[in-house]
Design a protein around this ligand. Structure first.
Ligand code: ZLS
Ligand code: CA
Ligand code: ZN
Length: 379
């Protein structure tokens, strides 16, 4: 019966408000919401829309955003604009506004749009109307209660998880963005109702600088925060093996009622900010493996700074959620097709450009450390 459940095709809902793609962080800024439009065109080009429950999501309300964020911070986000920013000069450092998190036109509107889609995704799961709910515009894992951080203003992940906790006793959060999921970890650091598991590049310097093994949680949350720090250049084989070998025991010991998976695309090879060697199929295999346990699942976007590869990845991962195979050759009648030149392929080779600094010995020791923390949890 169980295998019937997991091989059954699952109902997939897709939550998107195309307005999210229209905002600009600034000309030199690596975060390009336009990548969401490219993703949507690929999903449409492959005719995946016909197989999804498509929802144009609504904005998050002020009350919803306040479930996590401080009143003073939200008041500030609502009021500040590029035109009146001078009036706020004194409080900008306090809210961590600067080059990474600039004040651009419609910044608050953009934030409540992507957060609204994650909230819609959580509601769809809670209502039992969807098995897998996707929001590629979400996954902004660095935003804190009192401040913006790393291109993130409102933490849509925390808001969605808080909503899931109304019904589900335990939620597992998995983060495969190349950056540490610090905002989500911090929000649930002292509770055992959310386990956070982030895979990321770590050397103490790489943004945000956190995510070593010793960040395990406090009080009731002790050992419910798991970190998998990695070095430059990790390849498909090692990453997928490590991901599976960690996730299986995590699921068996924690037994979550639902999973939230952040699929940051900056862990792909060839990313403008990243330094891993992953191909699209390997990244997608992590999604497929997570899905194979048959738990209610929210799938979110996140980082990803080479738009042509971000959109290829998230379109492919949409197909993984749907259990449908896609032609490797991209659909020929599609706006923006020129972005995918010269290969026009869903699976260009993205690997091999960066030296792999993760030796077998290092990865084995990473695995051992995570297993030891899990053992403490059961004891
Ligand atoms: O996880 O490394 C940093 C912080 C700095 C260096 C960059 N300067 C601008 C500020 C101080 C220490 N910030 C990172 C943030 C990475 C956020 C990842 C988000 C996510 O993927 C989830 C969505 C960073 N890396 C690269 C940049 N910032 C960056 C590169 C280029 C530019 C242009 C615009 C702005 C200033 C020049 C900028 C930031
Ligand atoms: Ca991560
Ligand atoms: Zn990232």
């Amino acid at each position: 019966y169980e295998s019937f459940l997991t091989t059954q095709k699952r109902r997939v809902s897709y939550h998107f408000n195309e307005e999210a793609a229209r905002y600009h962080y600034g000309v030199r800024h690596p975060m390009k919401p336009f990548r969401l439009m490219l993703t949507d065109h690929l999903v449409l080009g492959y005719k995946l829309h016909n197989k999804l429950d498509l929802y144009r999501s609504r904005r998050a309300t002020e009350t919803e955003v306040r479930e996590f964020h401080a009143e003073e911070y939200i008041d500030f986000l609502q009021r500040v604009t590029p035109d009146n920013i001078k009036k706020f000069q004194r409080v900008l450092p306090k809210f961590n506004i600067g080059d990474d998190c600039p004040i651009f036109d419609g910044m608050y509107d953009y934030s409540i749009i992507y957060a609204g889609s994650s909230l819609d995704a959580s509601r769809k799961l809670l209502a039992g109307q969807s098995d897998i709910a996707i929001n590629w515009s979400g996954g902004l894992h660095h935003a804190k209660k009192f401040e913006a951080s790393g291109f993130c203003y409102v933490n849509d992940i925390v808001l969605a998880i808080l909503n899931l906790l109304r019904m589900y006793p335990r939620v597992l959060y998995i983060d495969i963005d190349i950056h540490h999921g610090d905002g989500v970890q911090e929000a649930f650091y002292s509770t055992d109702r959310v386990m956070t598991l982030s895979f990321h590049k770590y050397n103490g310097e790489f943004f945000p600088g956190t995510g070593n093994f010793d960040e395990i949680g406090t009080s009731l949350g002790k050992n419910y925060s798991l970190n998998v720090p990695l070095r430059d250049g990790i390849d498909d084989e090692s990453y997928v093996r490590l991901f599976k070998s960690v996730l299986e025991p995590v699921l068996n010991s924690y037994r979550p009622s639902a999973i939230v998976l952040q699929c940051g695309a900056d862990s792909l090879g060839g990313d403008r900010l990243g330094c891993f060697n992953l191909n699209i199929k390997a990244h997608g295999e992590c999604v497929a493996y997570t899905k194979s346990f048959g738990l209610p699942l929210i799938v979110l976007g996140g980082g990803g700074y080479t738009p042509r590869n971000v959109s290829r990845l998230w379109c492919y991962e949409t197909s993984v959620c749907l259990d449908v195979d896609l032609e490797t050759r991209l659909p020929s009648s599609m706006p923006f097709l020129k972005y995918f030149a010269p290969d026009y392929s869903l699976h260009p080779n993205l690997a091999g450009k960066i030296d792999n600094k993760n030796s077998r010995k290092f990865l084995d020791s990473v695995h051992v450390q995570v297993m030891e923390q899990l053992r403490t949890l059961q004891g």
